[in-house]
Design a protein around this ligand. Structure first.
Ligand code: GLU
Length: 298
């Protein structure tokens, strides 16, 4: 349990523009931080250029500004922090927690079974790469047993990491850093005490706990907010063609986002700063539904 002053963040990936789902996450993490007198930082998770959309990082920042979000300090860009990730990987290799892997996707698909998030790595390179082959990716060696995320909204969530996920990637064969490593390195380096984000990431949390433990870092507190889904029950995302939010109609959209989070503002509260003031005064995690929340797109 962390007793340091609250420090939270919003960490969008610039793979697309802000949509109703990411807005809802930003609103929840902002209000939780501010209502606890904490800081709230912005971090752009731009480590996967092939998946990124040109201009999205700036567009996300402009939209957040239009909504009146006020973040502390400068925006942090993961693309400028490779040295930190390299150093963390070096430590994990030195302590025996990370190992090199030469397996291709095709080889893994041929023998592995499916788990909670794709194939469960069958452990081929755990004791070293087969003769004559060289590892290009790095994986974290996962210990057997159950991992529990104590989530402030979702309760205790258990996962058998070794059985359902397996040894996971830290550095990809194409040279890009994996989200699971970078997010932990950054959250720890930036002193985050509380991670408030979408519940679609709950499946990732035990992997991140494993990275915290392997690096000897203190774990933060977690709170996974409900994800918004479309009529087909799919999470709103760029892949499911969620419409982008521009901030042109910010006060109304903020009212909608708050209502989805269990905090419908009163009718006479319509201006952007009034809505924020009401939300800050009334925010309580106890009113937030666990979700998922199916929404009509408007
Ligand atoms: N960058 C991630 C996303 O946009 C969020 C990471 C996090 O909050 O841990 O889905």
């Amino acid at each position: 349990m962390s007793h340091a002053p609250y420090r939270g963040r919003f960490a969008p990936s610039p793979t697309g523009l802000l949509h109703a789902g990411s807005l809802s996450t930003a609103v929840g993490s902002y209000l939780e931080a501010r209502s606890r007198g904490g800081q709230w930082l912005l971090r752009m998770e731009d480590l996967d250029p092939p998946r990124e959309m040109p201009g999205a990082a700036d567009a996300i920042l402009r939209t957040l500004e239009a909504f009146g979000f006020e973040w502390d300090g400068e925006v942090v860009y993961q693309s400028r922090r490779h040295d930190l990730y390299r150093e963390a990987l070096r430590q994990l290799i030195a302590s025996g927690h990370a190992y090199a892997c030469c397996c291709t996707r095709k080889e893994i698909a041929a023998t592995a079974r499916r788990g909670l998030d794709g194939y469960v790595y069958p452990g081929t390179c755990r004791k070293g790469c087969p003769d004559g082959r060289e590892g290009r990716a790095w994986r974290l060696r996962v210990e057997d047993g159950e991992w529990t995320t104590h989530d402030r909204l979702q309760g205790d969530c258990r996962q058998d990491l070794a059985r359902d996920i397996g040894d996971f990637i830290l550095l990809r064969a194409d040279g890009f850093w994996a989200y699971q490593l970078a997010v932990v390195v950054d959250d720890a380096e930036q002193g985050m005490t509380d991670i408030v984000r979408g519940a679609d990431l709950l499946v990732s949390t035990p992997r991140q706990l494993a990275v915290y433990d392997a690096l000897g870092l203190a774990r933060p507190e977690y709170c996974h907010l409900p994800v918004l889904t479309n009529g087909a029950g799919e999470k709103l995302s760029k892949q499911t063609l969620a419409p982008a939010i521009s901030g042109a109609d910010a006060a109304r959209q903020l009212r909608v986002a708050l209502s989805r989070l269990g905090h419908a503002p009163p009718e006479d509260c319509q201006g952007l700063s009034e809505v924020w003031a009401w939300a800050l005064a009334n925010w309580s995690l106890g009113r937030v539904p666990r979700g998922p929340l199916q929404i009509g797109l408007d």
